[in-house]
Ligand binder design. Structure first.
Ligand code: GLN
Length: 483
């Protein structure tokens, strides 16, 4: 049952060959069996899942079901879920029961998706390996010694091991695409503003974007149909005509121009990853696409300026965790300063504190112009690089991550090395563009992802290219051996 795709499960549900309760129970059993090894879920919502599945079965019987009705699903623990723990994998929020649903959660509920639980992640979505979670690291189902990537590592691990057909993730600098690559699944970071951020706990608001993770581009398209759209409660949400993201999956790729940035294939790229990416590109060429060499000259500046901008925004966003209004409060504070200092000192983990300190420094009087303002100017240059490239090509392609999954602990004490694992994903967030990662092979049983970057609102094209690749290959259908 769990090897079926979302469209296949949907058909079985609609035709009455399967009930949502049976299906949901099957996934809950798999979570019970495998989650202790993977630590992909922080919360499993068995009772709620079965109640939602029962309701879904009613809609399926009386003919009011939509395409996603009754299909199990999971949310990253960064999305507020009414009445359920919403921890953001931090001690700071380990007692926080959200009083309302995030728009993305509400939209999934309206579409009939059944919530299995909340997935593990890096604390406040800061990380590339899912090792900063207060609830402990997540394991990669392809190799339990390896990280699943981060920060949406719980969602990627759970989808990859088939503990859920799909999940939400969020991507500030790569956190949907990089774990998708490292766990061998398909994940899409939409255009900034396409999916509402209301109820999504803020890390760096000008970069954060929620999106879907599943096995194939077709499934991602179905999920995007449910979660995209204007939301008046998010002031950066974009008002546009609704689009059917699965309508263009079968377009042929004849004459499609794919740009290959030379900066994405240089020093630092694992040669074995390069080989698999080249093979995938040849496959797209055989499907009719043309490959063109392009340049994105400001790429080397992306990681340094990201760590100024993202840290500056996080230092501001995370100031709300003061021990007063909600979240963790220290025991017996002596006075107000002691309350602030110990609540924040005890509630946040080391990586979060590092970012708050960097951000506070970059925003302080006297340094603002030298760091923050300069970073914003360079951000514009990076966007301009992409704008120029998209005058020549339809999409851009390259590796999602310079290496396959690394081992747990390998980069944990070397933040700069860790930060460099996002070199190819971060520029996309700085420019607000859509991008997708899809699996294109294995290196010693560890998956490799191809990244496709589109122009603003280019999601249909990205999904089309990924789907055409997936029609010709089997990488997205693989399940890690022990699951
Ligand atoms: N790894 C990057 C960071 O730690 C990106 C995280 C993300 O996209 N949420 O900031």
């Amino acid at each position: 049952m769990h090897t079926q795709s979302i469209p296949q499960i949907s058909a079985a549900l609609q035709q009455g060959q399967l009930s949502s309760v049976e299906l949901t129970q099957h996934y809950l059993n798999r979570i019970e069996r495998y989650n202790p090894q993977l630590n992909a879920f922080i919360t499993v919502t068995d009772e709620l899942a079965l109640a939602q599945a029962q309701a879904a079965d009613k809609y399926l019987k009386n003919g009011t079901a939509g395409p996603l009705t009754g299909i199990p699903f999971a949310h990253k623990d960064i999305f507020c879920t009414q009445g359920l723990l919403t921890s953001c994998a931090s001690k700071m929020l380990a007692n926080f029961i959200a009083p309302y649903n995030a728009t993305i959660v509400e939209k999934c509920q309206v579409a009939g998706l059944v919530i299995l639980g909340k997935t593990n992640m890096d604390e406040f979505a800061m990380g590339s390996s899912n090792e900063t979670s207060y609830y402990g690291p997540v394991k990669n189902p392809w190799d339990l010694q390896a990280v699943p990537g981060g920060s949406s590592g719980g969602s990627a691990s759970a989808v990859s091991a088939r503990l859920t057909p799909g999940a939400t993730g969020t991507d500030t600098g790569g956190s949907i695409r990089q774990p998708s690559a490292l766990c061998g699944i398909t994940g899409l970071k939409p255009t900034y503003g396409l999916v509402s951020r209301y109820g999504m706990i803020a890390f760096a608001s000008s970069l954060d974007q929620g999106g879907p993770m599943a096995h194939s581009a077709e499934e991602v398209a179905w999920l995007l149909n449910a979660i995209a759209g204007f939301d008046p409660r998010d002031s950066t949400s974009l008002e546009r005509e609704p689009v059917d993201y699965s309508a263009q999956l079968n377009n042929n790729l004849q004459g499609l121009k794919i740009g290959l940035p030379k900066e994405y294939f240089g020093e630092g790229l694992d040669p074995a990853v390069d080989t698999l990416i080249q093979t995938a590109l040849q496959e797209l060429e055989q499907a009719g696409a043309e490959l063109h060499s392009i340049e994105l000259p400001n790429t080397p500046l992306a990681v340094p300026i990201y760590y100024i901008i993202a840290s500056a925004e996080c230092s501001s966003n995370l100031s709300r965790y003061d021990g007063v209004r909600y979240g963790y409060r220290c025991e017996e504070p002596q006075d107000l300063m002691d309350l602030y200092q110990r609540s924040r000192g005890e509630g946040f983990g080391a990586e979060v504190k590092r970012r708050i300190m960097i951000g506070t420094y970059a925003l302080s009087a006297g340094y603002y112009d030298a760091y923050y303002l300069k970073a914003q100017q360079i951000r514009r240059l990076i966007s301009n690089d992409f704008a120029q490239a998209f005058q020549k090509v339809d999409i851009i392609a390259g590796p999602t991550s310079p290496t396959p999954a690394f081992n747990l602990g390998e980069k944990f004490n070397d933040p700069v090395k860790m930060y460099l694992s996002d070199v190819y994903t971060i520029p996309v967030n700085l420019a607000g563009l859509p991008a997708l990662s899809l699996p294109v092979g294995l290196i010693q049983q560890r998956p490799v992802g191809l990244q496709l970057i589109g122009n603003y609102f280019g999601e249909p094209k990205l999904l089309n290219v990924a789907h055409q690749y997936q029609q010709r290959t089997h990488w997205h259908q693989l399940t890690p051996t022990h699951f």
